[in-house]
Design a protein around this ligand. Structure first.
Ligand code: S3P
Length: 175
């Protein structure tokens, strides 16, 4: 297993913010699969969904995940749907220590309603979509992660500190 810390979890659970915090505190550079996709494609995610559809986006996402295999010593933030494919779940676990950020649907709705850059939630019933997707995805997050953290009652700093402590323990026990 490589020595990366990988953040998985639903949209709006704080993966990017926690990723930046971890990168600063742990001293590992941050990579973000959504950002890598946008850079590689020269287009924003909503445009990729609108023009090519979700299946094409998922193919690009899997390719990006494969390209991360040469990296070690990184914090890797991922898109919320990356755990949908079995191939991706296997790749994620090979990449390193996988941390699942968990939040209540109401918290997710609050955080994701602040902008409209998530095509899957741009509909008349984002709350219903969040609940439906969570039901499908929760077993996948659970199966993929080494650690799950309920973030609702914790500050970003507390979540970051918890991840650092358990990642050190995890990597230490592998040496
Ligand atoms: C998605 C989550 C998004 C992005 C895309 C699809 C999903 O990433 O990859 O809009 O299927 O949950 P964030 O989790 O960073 O919002």
């Amino acid at each position: 297993m490589q020595r990366n810390i990988i953040l998985i979890g639903f949209m709006g659970t704080g993966k990017s913010t926690i990723g930046r915090n971890l990168s600063r505190t742990f001293g590992y550079p941050l990579m973000d699969t959504d950002q890598m996709i946008e850079e590689q494609q020269g287009r924003q995610i909503p445009e990729i969904f609108a023009t090519d559809g979700e299946a094409a986006f998922r193919d690009i996402e899997t390719n990006v995940l494969h390209s991360l295999h040469k990296h070690s010593g990184h914090i890797i933030a991922t898109g919320g749907g990356i755990i949908g494919r079995e191939e991706n779940r296997k790749l994620l676990r090979e990449l390193g220590y996988v941390v699942w950020l968990i939040a209540k649907p109401s918290e997710i709705l609050e955080r994701t309603s602040r902008n409209s850059n998530r095509p899957l939630l741009n509909n008349d019933d984002p709350e219903g979509t969040i609940r439906d997707l969570l039901e499908i995805r929760t077993p996948f997050y659970r199966d993929t992660a080494h650690l799950g953290i309920e973030t609702d009652n914790l500050s970003f700093d507390e979540v970051t500190a918890g991840i650092i402590e358990s990642a050190r323990y995890h990597f230490g026990s592998q040496e």
